[in-house]
Design a protein around this ligand. Structure first.
Ligand code: SIN
Length: 491
């Protein structure tokens, strides 16, 4: 296990190894801990308290008690606390970014980008807190007035993934706190340290005990997750992760009909039409496909290239990818870090082997890199058949699979031929086509002539089996509010 100093934090007290319930840092009741590994070195970073069912119930109870007062704070009070939290995230930018690189592996520059992105959710939702307007509705009766108010939904369960250890917390927690909700968070077992550091900062900002509760767990993940969805005190669930897990959690939540926000898997199409600016499309594909080494839900998964520009696009993409430097995220030369663990490596390899066995051409990369850590060579496959595994399921790794197409109609059908619909991208300079294709893609988010769409101000979310609800933007806070109608009669 690395020593505290090995984390290299300027403020070592940001390094927390325990759960957090009702304002107290706690060990697991049975003393159990789980190990957190640096994916770039395969070495243990530290051990974190492995909380179980009883402590999850305690955390929910603490959140319920805290809701009685937090839910009644003014919007301005919550705005001010969220802004303090935001400023603390900025003040501790270096340490928070360092923690992301240590436990997640992404290059430090990318981790810094995540910290900026992550804190922007707090700033955004601080602003939204004071704008949860109600409404009056013209009445059909002269003795009646109709008023609509918004109220916080209550205790929220938040379950987050490892690929954005910080931003997926603040995107949910920022909205929940702004609305007046209290939260129980289960951080991912791969990357709990960033969440725990954020909790320490939230406490320093003055967010009261019980408002944020953290239940790190590894060996008890099934029962903790189930309790967070089934417990009747919890009124809402926000989950980001895989579609199969989202379906399981939905089943648990159905017993008490909880409101759910789900951001599940994507299988994003990225289309290059023959009228596109090919150099721009290559840049966009690099940014979109290889962001965090391909480990984002909105990464391009299927790259469709029109036949007349196929060779040009493929060779320019290969030239750029050849310049990548894969390595430890703390090495300044590194452009791309490791995958999170060996299971992720195996999945990428499986998709490559499958496509090659069906006739795809391996142009670049194609295998795990030697040495410690879960590193995989950035890979390009050409002439990928439309029914290859990489076209039907999300790879979540550095594999650019190029598929040739002929017509607009054909590619729209291919793009939509999937059960999920999170993001979709295309490059074209024909304004008519831009509208047609943007409207035709069955996704929640479209990037036209850009491979980068993520911001706090946009409604992030998908259609089909990619999820329910939206995060970020003016819509994000609504997920944490109940609408109440009040009739004022007897006038
Ligand atoms: C995700 O991968 O789930 C989130 C990516 C983003 O916010 O851009």
């Amino acid at each position: 296990m690395a020593s505290t100093s090995a984390f290299g934090l300027k403020d070592p007290s940001l390094l927390r190894h325990q759960g957090f319930i009702n304002g107290q840092w706690v060990d697991a009741e049975d003393g159990k801990k789980f190990s957190v590994t640096n994916p770039a070195t395969s070495e243990e970073l530290g051990q974190v308290a492995d909380l179980g069912l009883a402590q999850t119930k305690q955390a929910i109870e603490a959140a319920s008690v805290a809701f009685k007062t937090w839910g009644k704070t003014t919007a301005k009070e919550r705005h001010d606390l969220l802004m303090k939290f935001y400023h603390l995230m900025q003040e501790h930018h270096e340490d928070l970014s360092r923690l992301i690189t240590l436990e997640n592996g992404k290059p430090l520059k990318e981790a810094k980008g995540e910290n900026v992105y992550s804190s922007s959710f707090l700033e955004w939702f601080a602003g939204e807190a004071v704008r949860t307007y109600g409404e009056t509705i013209p009445s059909a009766s002269s003795s009646l007035r109709n008023v609509v108010i918004k109220q916080p939904i209550g205790v929220v369960s938040i379950l987050t993934p490892w690929n954005f250890p910080s931003a997926m917390i603040t995107r949910k927690l920022g909205a929940a706190l702004a609305a007046g909700c209290t939260a129980v968070i289960k951080p991912p077992a791969e990357t709990p340290y960033t969440c725990l550091a954020l909790t320490e900062l939230a406490t320093r900002a003055g967010i009261p005990p019980g408002v944020i509760n953290i239940v790190p767990t590894h060996s008890n993940i099934s029962e903790v997750g189930r309790e967070m969805c089934e417990n009747p005190t919890v009124k809402k669930i926000s989950f980001t992760g895989s579609t199969p897990v989202a379906k399981l959690l939905s089943k648990y939540a159905a017993g008490t009909l909880k409101k759910m926000s789900i951001e599940a898997g994507g299988n994003a199409p990225f289309i290059i039409f023959d009228d596109a600016d090919i150099d721009a499309a290559v840049e966009g594909a690099i940014a979109c496909k290889f962001r965090h080494t391909g480990q984002t839900c909105v990464c391009a998964n299927r790259i469709y290239v029109q036949s007349s520009v196929y060779a040009d696009f493929a060779s320019k993409l290969a030239e750029k990818v050849a310049a990548f430097r894969v390595g430890n995220g703390f090495d300044e030369q590194t452009t791309h870090g490791p995958l999170i663990h060996d299971r992720a490596v195996e999945k990428v390899q499986k998709h490559i082997d499958d496509a090659v066995s069906r006739g795809a051409q391996l142009i670049h990369g194609g295998k795990r890199l030697d040495g410690k850590g879960s590193f995989f060579a950035p890979t390009i496959l050409c002439d990928v058949p439309k029914d290859a595994l990489v076209c039907t399921e999300e790879t979540f790794g550095p594999l650019a699979a190029l598929v040739k197409f002929e017509t607009e109609d054909e590619v729209i059908k291919l793009a939509n031929d999937t059960s999920v619909g999170l993001a979709g991208y295309f490059y074209s300079r024909d304004i008519g086509r831009v509208w047609r294709v943007a409207e035709a893609l069955e996704v929640g988010m479209v990037g036209t002539n850009t491979g980068a769409i993520s911001q706090a101000v946009i409604p992030f979310g998908g259609v089909k089996e990619s999820g329910l609800g939206r995060e970020g933007s003016k819509y994000g806070i609504e997920e944490y509010l109940n609408i109440k109608y009040i009739a004022f009669g007897g006038l």
